[in-house]
Design a protein around this ligand. Structure first.
Ligand code: AMP
Ligand code: MG
Length: 487
């Protein structure tokens, strides 16, 4: 049994509304994350039919008290004072085996008071996409919400056309977003604002309680985690696609997988999302946007600080200015790992910048490039060197870079540094065309490609003959140029 608790319910009402799921016609369990369920203390697992009932919302697991959470958000820079869970319900919190309190949420479970014009449902495609990508991120050690279950609803949802529907069960450190703070701050509800800030400190950043100014310490701590998160994203070529303030978790997890994608050929300006026409959320813009979102968060905290307005603003601004330094330090560490350098090596940024230029000029696949480098570090020699050079359209330009890198890398002689290099350079990521392929097949009733891909992306550092094929970059015909939220 999941031992549900409901601390969120201690927060004042504008932050949540009790709401029941709308039953679906014919729930059928598609995927269930047994290791995650074990970590959440589920104990003996019920049969698939019962799981399908629970995780579609048709018959809630005992102790669940569903609620829709309120939040606001800047969407592509424009403030919307009320968004909220329009198709999601928080069932409650469960303290996991590590003592971490985690939210369990249904997504696609029907209309709520926050639904506006929406149907409260989710098509199967986005559910499977989130399942695959969030589990891949977790396997790569990137902080993320998790997928506990996917249940087909047996109903059709109308989007561009009728599509099969599904419900995803998501597990998160919490569902508090920057937009949650904006929701109460915009209403000037300072009681709710303070309650929310204190709740977040207690749940995610207890060390801030000891600080002289806990709310400043909160901003600093959120900034640290967010900077580290975005640095990790970029290390594996991840583009979130919709970094609106309502899609940024205060706990520092990747959340709300919409039109996200993994970059194939390296290009800092890369955008896949069809709705991001201004390229606001391009690959290399992500740190800047995180900082912008944090500034919106800081604005919310302003009324909670003591002292003159001017002093409060400058205190918050000073912390926000620290973002660049924190981000640079995180990235430096990741770059050193990816290149197999000494952790403190000061050549990391220069070597990485030069390699990025090479990848761009040589139209190199980012994941394949770092895998080839990792293999070259393991087994230096002509074969592995040629394998790396062969990834570039301009190998003669890449060769001098390889020589320079060889002179600095230590992974060949240092097992620990090689292991760090391997961990920083996954062999298998959820390739966009493979994700699309799995979704297409599932829409046609064949889940085999989904299961095969899920197995591959959740073991990102080991390739079998089978999974190696799934790890290959797309060829010209397979390439995915645009992604859609499809919600
Ligand atoms: P998202 O783009 O998924 O981050 O969602 C933005 C807002 O739209 C949130 O308030 C969602 O709850 C809401 N939303 C998205 N899809 C639906 C839907 N099918 N029905 C109701 N609300 C939705
Ligand atoms: Mg969202």
């Amino acid at each position: 049994m999941l031992a549900f608790e409901h601390q969120f319910a201690t927060l004042p009402e504008p932050l949540w509304v009790a709401c029941q799921p709308t039953p679906v016609e014919a729930p059928r369990l598609i995927a269930f994350n047994q290791p995650l369920a074990d970590a959440l203390g589920l104990g003996e697992t019920p049969d698939d039919a019962s799981l399908a009932e629970w995780f579609s919302g048709n018959a809630l697991p005992p102790g669940a008290e569903p609620k829709a959470l309120g939040y606001a958000g800047h969407q592509f820079g424009n403030f919307v004072p009320q968004l909220g869970d329009g198709r999601a319900l928080l069932l409650g919190e469960v303290v996991d085996h590590d003592g971490v309190r985690r939210d369990i949420q249904l997504k696609g479970s029907g209309r709520t008071p926050f639904s506006r014009g929406g149907d409260g449902r989710s098509p199967l495609g986005p559910v499977l996409r989130e399942y695959l990508v969030s589990e891949a991120m977790a396997a790569m050690g990137v902080p993320t919400t998790r997928a506990l279950a996917a249940v087909a609803s047996g109903e059709r949802v109308m989007r561009q056309m009728a599509e099969p529907g599904a419900v995803l069960t998501r597990v998160a450190a919490s569902h508090v977003r920057v937009g949650t703070f904006q929701f109460v701050a915009a209403r000037q509800d300072h009681t709710a604002l303070k309650a929310l800030a204190d709740f977040v400190i207690e749940r995610h950043y207890p060390e801030a309680q000891q600080a002289e100014q806990p709310y400043l310490a909160l901003l600093e701590a959120v900034l640290q985690r967010q900077a580290a998160l975005v640095a990790q994203w970029m290390g594996v070529g991840f583009i979130h696609g919709v970094m609106n303030t309502d899609n940024m978790s205060i706990a520092g997890e990747t959340i709300d997988y919409g039109p996200c994608a993994f970059m194939e050929q390296f290009d800092p300006q890369k955008v896949y999302s069809s709705i991001d026409q201004g390229k606001r959320y391009a690959f290399s813009n992500q740190p800047l946007i995180a900082q912008w979102n944090l500034a919106r968060f800081a604005e919310c905290l302003l009324p909670l600080l003591e002292g003159e307005q001017e002093t409060r603003v400058s205190q918050l601004t000073d912390i926000l200015r620290g973002f660049d330094g924190v981000f640079a330090a995180e990235q430096q560490r990741i770059h050193a790992d990816k290149l197999g350098l000494d952790a403190e090596a000061d050549q990391a940024s220069q070597l990485m910048a030069a390699l990025e230029a090479q990848m761009q000029q040589g139209r190199m696949d980012m994941t394949a490039t770092f895998d080839a480098l990792t293999q070259l570090a393991r087994a230096p020699g002509d074969t592995s060197r040629q394998a790396l050079l062969a990834l570039s359209a301009t190998p003669e330009a890449l060769a001098p870079w390889v020589d320079e890198w060889q002179a600095h890398q230590v992974a060949s002689q240092n097992e620990q540094r090689w292991q760090a290099m391997r961990q920083a350079n996954p062999l298998i990521i959820p390739r966009n065309h493979r994700v699309e392929e799995a979704i297409q097949a599932a829409n046609d009733g064949d889940l085999a490609p989904f299961y095969r891909l899920l197995a591959a992306v959740t073991t990102p550092y080991t390739a079998t003959a089978d999974t190696r094929e799934l790890g290959q970059p797309a060829n010209e015909q397979q390439q995915v140029l645009r992604t859609f939220c499809g919600t």
